[in-house]
Design a protein around this ligand. Structure first.
Ligand code: DSN
Length: 417
């Protein structure tokens, strides 16, 4: 790997190789991460990165786009079919720019938006105070109840009181099914747009494992690199012709310049992979693994928000263990297990050192982990979290982690047919 860099740029070669080794020998449980196939990587590392194509197919500001047009149209066609939606923009550079485009398309600065609070599992771009969405717009947050579930009655009450122009549904750390119909009713009751961010669960939606938002949302956004298992990128989808016109204008020229054509091609590849039978099996196994992991963690004494999961992730409340999310993340990193610290509902601790961790199964499932391996993973996690200061125990766990990971390839063919 990286043979052309080896002699030319030994320092970068070293770092790339180290990161490759880290990915191969570790257990990746960050809920928003995944491993792409070699096919996706091939498109991503292609000569398409050389080309400027500001604009859209057949309406570009540069010449020489006859093949780029075909590639972008192919990605759009595949996305439309998979998500059963009429219009798609595949150009957003990633999830935050996609969400930013929704604001630019549908709102004026100062308008009121409502989204799930960050501490309840919402995303920065759903109105958090330090994001553009909380700086340039008047933001109202709804939260989850004490059990960790979205409080739809609170959402309805806040909507009635603040009359938002746009409501966000969707989350970065919510382990349960989201009731899009209810959100639609609430949005309609106050004449608000409903934007649904499915970044985390897009892969589960196309596999039929979570209800689809397309019949309820005015606009749907998603990243392409989480459960969808594509390159880092994003898409914006809608069934409304007037809205897609506004979205297209907002993405270019409103926010972005030339689209990243190599990413568009890699999205097309990922969407083709996602249309295979193997992808449905993959998505099912992601959920089976998450639910098995949740059960084992509970059996080993950990506390989970909502007591389990419907999807690919779970939130662990570490308060009973007497360690913080940051400490847990660092401890697990010592044994080559990656997770991220995460706030829990009504967290008394600050976001940079919250009370929980978020654990997800998309990446380990891509490598081929099943229920038997997941049981071992649960045991490794719990042993690590209770071994602070015991360097001998941590060294032994790290050995077991590396041994388990080494049995599963990074580029698994298992789900690709
Ligand atoms: N960073 C993503 C996540 O981890 O969920 C959200 O943008």
């Amino acid at each position: 790997m990286f043979e052309r860099l080896k002699d030319f740029d030994p320092l970068l070669y070293k770092y790339l190789t180290q990161e490759y080794e880290r990915q191969v020998s570790g257990i990746e449980l960050i809920a928003s991460e995944n491993y792409v196939s070699e096919r996706v990587l091939e498109a991503l590392g292609s000569i398409l990165t050389n080309k400027y194509s500001e604009g859209y197919p057949k309406a570009r500001y540069y010449g020489g786009n006859q093949f780029i047009d075909r590639i972008e149209k192919l990605a759009i066609k595949r996305a439309k079919r998979l998500f059963n939606v009429k219009y798609v923009n595949v150009q957003p550079y990633s999830g935050s720019p996609a969400n930013h485009a929704v604001y630019l398309a549908l709102l004026n600065p100062g308008d009121t938006v409502m989204g799930m609070s960050l501490s309840s599992g919402g995303h920065l771009t759903h109105g958090y105070k330090v994001s553009f969405s909380g700086i340039y717009y008047r933001s109202v947050s709804y939260s989850v109840n004490d059990q960790g579930y979205i409080d739809y009655n609170q959402v309805a009450k806040l909507a009635k009181k603040y009359k938002p122009r746009l409501i966000w549904a969707g989350a970065s750390a919510y382990p349960r099914v989201i009731d899009y119909k209810r959100f639609r009713e609430i949005a309609d009751s106050v004449g608000a747009y409903l934007a649904i961010d499915i970044a985390h669960i897009a892969g589960l939606i196309i596999a039929g494992l979570h209800p689809s938002p397309v019949d309820y949302a005015d606009v749907v956004t998603t990243t392409t690199h989480k459960t969808l298992r594509g390159p880092r990128g994003a898409m914006i989808m809608t069934n409304n012709r007037e809205i897609i016109k506004k979205i297209n204008k907002a993405v270019f020229p409103g926010l972005q310049g030339g689209p990243h054509n190599h990413v568009t091609a890699a999205i097309a590849v990922a969407l083709k992979e996602a249309s295979l039978k193997g992808f449905k099996r993959y998505a099912r196994q992601v959920v089976v693994n998450a639910q098995a992991l949740a059960e084992h963690l509970k059996n080993e004494g950990l506390t989970l928000i909502t007591d389990g999961t419907d999807n690919h992730l779970m939130l662990v409340d570490l308060t009973p263990l007497g360690i913080s999310g940051k400490q847990a993340e660092e401890l697990l990193e010592k044994v080559d297990i990656s997770v991220n610290k995460n706030a829990i509902p009504n967290d008394a601790r600050p976001p940079w050192d919250p009370s929980g961790i978020r654990i997800g199964t998309p990446a380990i499932t891509t490598r081929g982990f099943k229920e038997a391996e997941v049981e071992k993973v649960a045991n490794l996690i719990v042993r690590t979290l209770t071994s602070e200061g015991n360097s001998q125990a941590l060294a032994q766990i790290k050995k077991e982690v590396n041994n388990l990971a080494s049995k599963f390839p990074l580029f698994s063919e298992e789900w690709l047919e």
